[in-house]
Design a protein around this ligand. Structure first.
Ligand code: ADP
Length: 592
């Protein structure tokens, strides 16, 4: 092995010099040197991994010296030490090398590293025939390397004036590393440093690519296994991604959307109405707005519960540009048909039960009314008899009067129950947009007075005051529904002011509308609940309101009735004492 190494042409400066003297041809020596540098430069450039760099380095150095081994210590964290032997080395020689490298590193201002750490970080980069195991197993006579280091050379590896490592050369013999060749050796070290840095950058880049690829594959897996449909568009609303669930959902709606389909164009060319809505949602999100839970009926109109999708869409922004236009939209499609089916069943159940409750209620109300009339008649008769006999007994003290008051309470409670049942019945009508109004002409003041009379019957602690601030109160509206609206608000005003107090009902005219406001002195409504109390089944759940029974439907139905009449309803807090519910109804006669 050693002879083969030594037989390689050794290129030394003295060789150059002698050739220069011999031929007197300096140009030829320079050309030879350039050719040498060119050759090793090419082999360094061609190296695609650190092992090829090691091979190129060894070949270049062996043209200058005959030596035992070279090593490369890289400053990475942790340190990396590559040992590249020219022939099999003894363990003692290897240990001595590592010791020398550790002390040279400390001289060169490397971060402190112990001999043990270096030994652990070392890697023997040798062809199989020079591998350490073979060295250890080999008979002693086969081992060429001695135990002592005769000479060594340390050269920093620099890239752009930054020390990235250290190249060390070792030999058993003394005086191997000719100082004449130092400049050339440093040049080779520089080549190696740049080549190793390139390899490091390439490895880093490959690792980043691998990581990005793993991330991409994971994301692809998540998207494809999502139960929700995912649709992503570009900045023009063209579909760039549709996951399996989205394709499946759209296929159920007999729609075959493919990637790159421009959604708006497709909508214009098709007669599928919900596709226009979908395109609208995407267009809205493209303006930078996030659209939440928009329901689209994507199934056949004839079906009892058609395929219904709930769609949320958000604009996608380029993270590298702070205030840019959206570069696309990400939309999530949820199949909410099952929820709709349950809702429908629930509405049907509520509607049937309410219907069943209505008949006994009608009977209770009818018979109560009948009894009230009879007792009133009897009381009138008794009163007349007392007046004729000039008796001092007052009818108020008679047991019939007490019965009359009890029947009044039964009647008022039956009315309240009827309103609850009607609210339940109305719920499904409002839900399915079937709240049909029966318009007729009447005086709004009459309806207000009648509702107050009925509410007052069961509200002994309250004083209900009617303030009519308009001359004419004629209106064309649904009379029964109007009294339902006023009754609901009045019921609440009484229910939520348990200490009693004043309830003021005011009727005014404002900008072509009647404005009815009902003010109580009860528990009031905290600011945070004001926006919600008109929602279906919404009830304020704080300590103040928890004790009152209710189902949270009255105001929902009330709002639907007011809006169906073309009016508005709202509530305001009265600074710590009660609240005011106000609603408007247009004065102008109903056009139909
Ligand atoms: P409920 O059957 O619960 O009374 P409503 O729809 O009529 O249902 O009212 C919704 C919620 O609004 C009630 O639960 C209550 O918390 C609140 N609310 C309604 N009216 C009043 C009021 N006059 N004062 C205080 N809270 C009220």
């Amino acid at each position: 092995m050693e002879s083969s190494v030594q037989s390689q042409s050794r290129l030394t400066e003295s060789a150059y010099r002698s050739s220069y003297i011999r031929n007197g041809d300096r140009l030829a020596a320079i050309l030879q040197e350039m050719e040498y540098l060119n050759t090793i430069g090419k082999s360094f450039v061609a190296a695609i991994d650190r092992f090829q760099v090691h091979r190129a380095l060894l070949a270049a150095l062996q043209k200058l010296y005959s030596f035992a081994a070279c090593t490369i210590l890289l400053k990475s964290d942790p340190f990396e030490l590559s040992i590249i032997p020219c022939y099999p080395l003894s363990q003692a020689f290897l240990a001595a090398m590592i010791e020398r490298i550790a002390s040279a590193a400390s001289v060169m201002d490397f971060p402190a590293v112990s001999v043990k750490e270096l030994a652990n970080a070392s890697y023997l980069d040798a062809p199989d025939e020079l591998s350490i195991t073979q060295q250890l197993d080999a008979p002693v006579q086969d081992m060429i390397g001695g135990a002592e280091i005769g000479s060594f050379l340390n050269i920093p590896l620099t890239v752009e004036n930054r020390i990235v490592g250290m190249l060390s050369l070792f030999d058993e013999r003394e005086g191997t590393f000719d100082t004449d060749l130092l400049k050339l050796t440093t040049m080779i070290a520089d080549y190696a440093a740049v080549a190793l840095e390139n390899v490091r950058l390439r490895e880093q880049e490959t690792a980043l690519w691998r990581q990005a690829e793993i991330g991409r594959q994971r994301l692809e897996l998540i998207i494809s296994s999502m139960a929700e449909g995912l649709l992503i568009t570009n900045e023009r609303g063209g579909i760039t991604l549709l996951n399996v669930s989205a394709q499946h959902l759209l296929a159920q709606a007999q729609l075959d959307l493919k990637q790159n389909t421009p959604l708006r164009k497709l909508a214009l060319a098709s007669n599928v109405s919900w596709l226009h809505k979908l395109a609208d949602i995407i267009d809205e999100a493209l303006t930078g707005v996030t659209v939440m839970n928009q329901e689209l009926i994507a199934g056949e109109a004839g079906e009892s519960v058609p395929l219904t999708l709930s769609i949320s869409a958000a604009p996608l922004h380029d993270a590298s540009q702070s205030q840019s236009q959206p570069i696309g939209v990400v939309a999530v499609l949820n199949d909410v048909t099952a929820n709709k089916q349950i809702e429908k069943l629930k509405d049907e159940f509520v509607s049937v039960v309410s219907h069943e409750l209505r008949s006994p209620l009608t009977a209770i109300k009818g018979y109560t009314q009948h009894l009230i009339r009879r007792i009133e008649r009897r009381l009138r008769k008794t009163q007349q008899e007392h007046q004729q006999q000039s008796s001092a007994i007052s009818v108020v003290d008679l047991p019939e009067s007490y019965d009359l008051r009890s029947l009044g309470i039964i009647q008022s409670q039956a009315n309240h129950l009827e309103r609850l049942v009607n609210d339940l019945l109305d719920l499904s009508q409002v839900q399915w947009g079937k709240l049909h109004l029966q318009y007729s002409s009447f005086y709004l003041a009459d309806v207000l007075a009648e509702s107050i009379r009925s509410a007052q019957a069961s509200a002994e602690q309250h004083t209900i005051y009617l303030d009519i601030a308009v001359q004419d109160t004629k209106i064309v509206a649904d009379k029964m529904r109007m009294s339902q609206v006023i009754g609901n608000i009045l019921d609440n005003a009484i229910k939520y002011s348990p200490q009693g107090g004043l309830v003021t009902v005011k009727l005014e005219e404002r900008e072509g509308d009647y404005l009815v406001s009902i003010t109580d002195q009860g528990i009031g409504i905290s600011q945070e609940y004001l926006d919600h109390i008109f929602e279906r089944f919404y009830r304020v759940r704080n300590t103040a309101s928890r004790q009152y029974s209710g189902i949270g439907l009255g105001l929902y139905v009330t709002k639907a009735i007011v809006e169906e009449h073309g009016g508005h309803i709202w509530v305001t807090n009265n600074k710590g004492l009660g609240c005011t519910f106000s609603f408007t109804v247009p004065v102008a006669a109903h056009a139909d």
